[in-house]
Design a protein around this ligand. Sequence first.
Ligand SMILES: NC(=O)c1ccc[n+]([C@@H]2O[C@H](COP(=O)([O-])OP(=O)(O)OC[C@H]3O[C@@H](n4cnc5c(N)ncnc54)[C@H](O)[C@@H]3O)[C@@H](O)[C@H]2O)c1
Length: 241
Amino acid sequence: MAIVNTSLKGKVAIVTGGARGLAEYEALALAEAGAALSLIDIDLPGAQKMAQKLAAQTGVKAIALKCDITVPAEVQAAVDATVKQLGSVDILVNNAGWAKRVRLVDTTLEDWNHMIDVNLKGAFLCTQAVARQMIKQGHGGKIVNIDSIAGIFGEPDRGAYCASKGGLHQITKVSAVEFGEYGIHVNGVGVGLFAAGMSAQTATVQPEFHKHMIGRTVFKRPGKPEEMGGITLFLASPASD
Ligand SMILES: NC(=O)c1ccc[n+]([C@@H]2O[C@H](COP(=O)([O-])OP(=O)(O)OC[C@H]3O[C@@H](n4cnc5c(N)ncnc54)[C@H](O)[C@@H]3O)[C@@H](O)[C@H]2O)c1
């Protein structure tokens, strides 16, 4: 047997915000390794289309569920429906996110609340509901938080987003130390700038900022969406034990 085990055969993964963007490649990597998928999103038609596409590509079972991750009852219902339809929850990828470019002085309370709600409260609610299920199952699990370098650096026009991702950083660390005793591993990915998903337009909308960010990267280019696959699989599989 190989010493590095990335097999997810028999495992079930919930990917939040699974309808589009980077989630496609995170979910694809998990499915290629054998995990059944539960894609949860406010955009049900998008999640259904994605589930069909990934199931056809990999042969795994994939379901789509409508869920606003900021609403506790909807999160619980999505976890329960996943267990009912797929048998368990072994992996959670907290991927759903929302960002708006706006100066701090112009940020409305509505924008502030929405960014904190989706990026921080939503990840907390999903973590809590899934961790309770994993503890009940009794065989551990993997939680991967799709965080951002915005949780460390101060990015212009991203005040609420940076604050929400900084909070996610801390929730990642606290849940990692709290859940260890149950065999649940929690990690975060400090995602940089991708020419995809919510940052697809950065090069055209903020060309100077985009140039500056790319100039600071080692490889002088934005991330490619498929590059989210390897890190997600590593952190979701026994390879990262
Ligand atoms: N794209 C990048 O360059 C980049 C950089 C750093 C971090 N990230 C992070 O990666 C993750 C994915 O980003 P993306 O670029 O693919 O974004 P995206 O906007 O393409 O996709 C986000 C998904 O989340 C869903 N969503 C939003 N609010 C929701 C809610 N309340 N409940 C359920 N689902 C909801 C959307 O419907 C959408 O399907 C986010 O957490 C983001 O902060 C992205």
